[in-house]
Design a protein around this ligand. Structure first.
Ligand SMILES: [Zn+2]
Length: 295
């Protein structure tokens, strides 16, 4: 059994990131498994090495030691290129020259959650090899439902052509899209359990589809409720009072772990404890069923 924590080094970790790290660590360790640390630094504009160093120091301070890694996605380009080549050979990839304005012009106004469904505008265009190098690359998706069972939220099904349409697997600037990188990495690192925030629940079918195409075994998925601030908004890097900088200044590691154990239902009280001490108490069944956990 192998789990992983895969943060993006675009800022200092906040309490929500720590909750995700803690629960994936507990799940792996309580089953005698391996916990992998992978730094998802594919976005060159937003990723910073200093944040990667900082989050590793914070994980160590919290007592969440990884067994394998850190792997850096920015050092794994060739692996993603091999996967892309395989998808191209299946005739499933094409260049897209649409601007954001082009895509917005094709959107039906009913998409209330703000997601964008690509209408397949460039699918039928003819293109040459050079076009593949200078445009965003999209993966053709089928008009069928993809079903899976989430370890926390239960059965899910989604039709990719209606949910997102053909999606980008390499950006116009050459940066690999999250969806492709995460699938290649989870497979190559032998990850069997993916634990992460419920904001990524609906991206799982894209990854399942990609994994199927590439012939990879599927990990199990467990999505977590998101921690929310006093205003009911999910925590973000803007909530400075709940980032590791502020938390370390005001609390011990045991106080932070104890508080998270209470919020996630692992313990009936807030009493300080170590991650290690939570191992015998850990069970996914204790996690609240809601999509959000208020602080
Ligand atoms: Zn297009």
């Amino acid at each position: 059994m192998k789990g992983r924590f895969a943060p993006s080094p675009t800022g200092i970790m906040h309490l929500g990131n720590v909750m995700c790290a803690l629960l994936s660590w507990l799940s792996a360790k309580s089953k005698g498994g391996t916990w992998v640390l992978r730094i998802e630094d594919l976005d060159p504009d937003r990723s910073r090495r200093q944040f990667a160093d900082r989050l590793m120091r914070d994980l160590e301070w919290l007592g969440l030691k990884w067994d394998e890694g850190p792997y850096f996605q920015s050092e794994r380009h060739e692996r993603y290129a091999v996967a892309l080549e395989r998808l191209c050979k299946m005739d499933l990839v094409y260049p897209c020259f649409c601007t954001r304005a082009d895509i917005m012009a094709t959107q039906a106004p009913h998409e209330s959650d703000g997601r964008i469904v690509y209408a397949g505008t460039c699918r039928a265009r003819t293109y040459n090899k050079e076009d593949m190098e200078r445009a965003a690359l999209r993966l053709k998706v089928p008009d069928r439902e993809i079903a899976f069972t989430d370890g926390h939220y239960g059965p899910q099904r989604l039709n990719l052509s209606r949910h997102c349409g053909d999606f980008v697997i390499r950006r116009k600037d050459g940066a690999w899209a999250y969806q492709l990188a995460v699938v290649v990495d989870d497979a190559e690192m032998g990850i069997t359990e993916v634990v992460r925030g419920s904001d990524l629940l609906l991206s799982s079918p894209q990854q399942i589809y990609l994994a199927e195409l590439l012939g990879y075994p599927l990990p199990s998925f467990i999505h977590l409720p998101l921690l929310c601030n006093a205003q009911g908004q999910r925590l973000s890097k803007r909530d400075k009072s709940l980032d590791m900088e502020a938390l370390r200044a005001n609390f011990t590691a045991e106080e932070i772990i104890g508080r998270l154990a209470f919020l996630t239902g692992l313990k009936p009280d807030n009493a300080p404890c170590t991650a290690e001490q939570l191992l015998p108490l850990f069970s996914w069944d204790k996690l609240p069923p809601e999509r959000q956990i208020g602080l």
